[in-house]
Ligand binder design. Structure first.
Ligand code: 5AD
Ligand code: SF4
Ligand code: FES
Length: 360
């Protein structure tokens, strides 16, 4: 198959000026990499940039999914409020803190506290959990609890939260509005701006392969991540969930997800990019593949195994019954096979302004 000359010119341009790629170049890289020779060249460029900007350490972030309650009704997600067949749980403060302490003992440098949009967890209650974890473990703390007010974000930041993950999900405003009823892309961008102003290390990202999504809109996703200058970006494939309006839709393709991930590495070379669990779910080698074309982070679950089957964003999620110890040794072998090492310490963004604190 013929690779358009524009692809090679785009790749050269992107390699010369990573982090400063215009939208046409991003789109040309995505389109051209449908060809296997072009794709391999793109993946190699992404792997080299990952090595140059982020090094060979693979950072592990321990996820604690502390509540599967959600007031939203995103069309793609199994936690949507309308999914009344799903039993709901909410971990207690003590359970969350104890889990974080266990993660610290296991050697994690970061815990990610994630939930659906659950107003029962009000800002002061979550702030107290953040504060306790910080005081008792010194771990880096990432929050991922959705759209909240600037005041809530500020309270958590003061309590000791370092990072916040808020995926923009899709940069297509019409698709966003349709798939996330009652919310807008503009509102999401406002929340991301608040997080930025408050000094969080900001993570965003998008789903790949949503029904109605085009390559052009995926190019917008990557251009947006570059514009937001994110410290992290999660790029994962869409996986249809049977109890959602998108039950009959096709899943996102592994190959397309990897191409978007690789182009993202060229667009935000200094960002932490996870090899997502969703990618590991649709392809047994998905995370290894991601780690070879730009990714440098893995996020194993450290929460109690009894709750995990209930955090059913999408079906078939891997590592539902594995204790954190098992995933750690599995990931240790994976990383070693790739000729890389497990990251030590908090694994902050390498940007100078986030390297001020004592990382010891
Ligand atoms: N497939 C893949 N990812 C999904 N998410 C939600 N539903 C799905 C799905 N069906 C992702 C979204 C969200 C995160 C909690 O999970 O990106 O940010
Ligand atoms: Fe709730 Fe997030 Fe799922 Fe939407 S994607 S239904 S906000 S948990
Ligand atoms: Fe959980 Fe491999 S990462 S078993």
């Amino acid at each position: 198959m013929y690779v358009p000359e524009t692809f090679w010119a785009s790749l050269e341009r992107a390699k010369r000026r990573p982090g400063e790629i215009d939208r046409e170049t991003i789109l040309s890289l995505m389109e051209g990499s449908v060809n296997i020779v072009a794709r391999d060249a793109l993946f190699q460029a992404a792997d080299e940039l990952r090595h140059r900007y982020m090094g060979d350490e693979v950072h592990l972030r321990g996820i604690i999914e502390f509540s599967n309650n959600c007031v939203r009704n995103c069309h793609y997600c199994g936690l949507r409020a309308a999914n009344t067949g799903l039993p709901r749980y909410r971990m207690s403060s003590d359970e969350i803190v104890a889990t974080a302490e266990r993660a610290a003992r296991l050697g994690f440098g970061t815990v990610v506290l994630q939930s659906g949009e659950d107003p029962v967890w009000d800002a002061p209650a979550l702030a107290e959990v953040v504060h306790k974890i910080k005081r008792r473990t010194g771990l880096a703390i990432t929050l991922s609890v959705g759209d909240r007010s600037r005041e809530d974000y500020a309270l958590w930041r003061e309590a000791g939260a370092d990072r916040y993950l808020l995926k923009h999900e899709t940069a297509d405003p019409e698709l966003f509005r349709r798939l996330r009823p009652g919310t807008t892309l503009a509102g999401r961008l406002t929340a991301l701006r608040h997080l930025r102003e408050l000094g969080y290390q900001v993570g965003s990202g998008n789903i790949v392969g949503l029904p109605g999504q085009t390559l052009s809109s995926l190019a917008d996703d990557v251009a947006l991540l570059q514009e937001l200058d994110v410290e992290m970006a999660g790029i994962g494939p869409f996986i249809p969930h049977p109890q959602t309006p998108l039950a009959a839709a096709s899943p996102g393709a592994v190959d397309l997800t990897l191409r978007v991930l690789a182009v993202t590495r060229l667009a935000v070379p200094w960002a932490h990019l996870p090899a997502t669990t969703a990618l590991g779910t649709i392809d047994p080698e998905g995370r290894q593949k991601a780690l070879r074309c730009g990714a440098n982070v893995v996020m194993p679950n450290v929460g109690p195994t009894e709750y995990r089957p209930l955090y059913q964003i999408y079906p078939g999620k891997i590592c539902l019954s594995e204790m954190a110890e098992k995933c750690l040794s599995c990931l240790g072998r994976m990383v070693q096979t790739l000729g890389r090492t497990i990251g030590q310490g908090p694994g902050d963004s390498p940007k100078p302004r986030f390297q001020q604190r004592d990382n010891g």
